[in-house]
Design a binder for this molecule. Structure first.
Ligand code: CP
Length: 307
């Protein structure tokens, strides 16, 4: 069994069989992560570059750890410590890195489309670790994995993505992946944070978080992206929390069975209260653990493909 593409650029258009194969493979690696020696020789001899032009804690460390667990050689590129700071172009940077014989490039970039562009200028397998406001496919996959792990299925579940949808690449990858796997997907947030025409992706739109909580099995809570000027779309963070914040009181009143996800980083007291972020409804750190297994699966499946 192998994936239908040698790159993972997004979940839009990825066949159900591919997603299922990644999830099944991740389940095997999840077991490896519970062993005393959490390492397999699967990608021995492969060289992988983590090309991060944007900040990251979870995705970057998770990819690096996944590479180490698979015995690959890992190189980390950080813009602030690179010759990009001396004016070297993105294309020249990539061509120079590739001249050192790398097999795979994991890229995070502030501009949408950069992973796609990389497939044109590089022979390596490309994995998108988040491009602008476009997609973050491995986050979508680990969210799907975590929902199935906790709920036992995805088919027919009502899953709502709540928060700053307009600035979120996690939202799009979730929408595409969840719908392919048979979930009923909705989004919830203030009108100013819901992209116009999002219904055309086959999602329901809520502007009332209490209704969304009552009608869904899973709520994936997204961060208000203050660094992307999200603050200008709402009157104040205090009011956002009042009308859309996920609090224990709201959950207890409307839906005690709901599962709460958050991709992180969290704005405590804005989109989610600390009580919920650390409480019994959420699986936020399980998502992080599962992220390593899911990324091991993607690296393994792409790294062992016959290119
Ligand atoms: N969820 C996520 O992408 O987090 P980081 O920005 O820390 O990688």
């Amino acid at each position: 069994m192998s994936l239908s593409s040698r790159h993972l650029l997004g979940l839009n258009g990825v066949p159900k069989e591919d997603i299922q194969l990644i999830l099944d493979t991740a389940r095997t690696f999840r077991e490896v992560l519970e062993r005393p020696i959490k390492k397999v020789p699967t990608l021995q001899g492969k060289t992988i570059v983590n090309l991060f032009y944007e900040n990251s804690t979870r995705t970057r460390i998770s990819f690096e750890l996944a590479q180490k667990r698979l015995s690959a050689d890992t190189i980390n590129f950080t813009t602030s410590a690179s010759s990009a700071k001396k004016g070297e172009t993105f294309k020249d940077t990539v061509r120079n890195i590739e001249a050192m014989k790398v097999d795979m490039i994991i890229v995070r970039h502030q501009s949408a489309g950069v992973p796609q562009y990389l497939t044109r200028i590089s022979k390596a397998n490309i994995i998108n670790a988040g491009d602008g406001l476009h997609e973050h496919p491995t986050q979508g996959l680990l969210d799907i994995y975590s929902i199935i792990e906790k709920k036992g299925r995805l088919e027919g579940l009502n899953v709502c993505i709540a928060g700053d949808i307009a600035h979120s690449r996690v939202a799009l990858s979730n929408i595409f992946g969840l719908k392919t796997m048979g979930a009923n997907v909705s989004v919830c947030g203030p009108t100013t944070m819901i992209p116009a025409g999002i219904e055309s992706l086959g999602v329901k739109v809520y502007n009332n978080i209490d209704k969304a909580i009552a009608e869904n099995n899973v709520l994936n809570v997204l961060r208000i992206q203050l660094e992307r000027d999200a603050g200008r779309r709402i009157p104040s963070l205090r009011e956002y929390h009042q009308y859309f914040g996920i609090t224990a009181e709201r959950l207890e009143k409307r839906n005690k069975e709901i599962l709460i996800l958050h991709p992180g980083p969290i704005n405590r007291g804005v989109e989610i209260s600390s009580e919920v972020a650390d409480g019994p409804y959420q699986v936020i750190l399980d998502q992080v653990t599962n992220g390593v297994a899911v990324r091991m699966a993607v690296l393994y499946l792409l790294g062992t493909m016959h290119n």
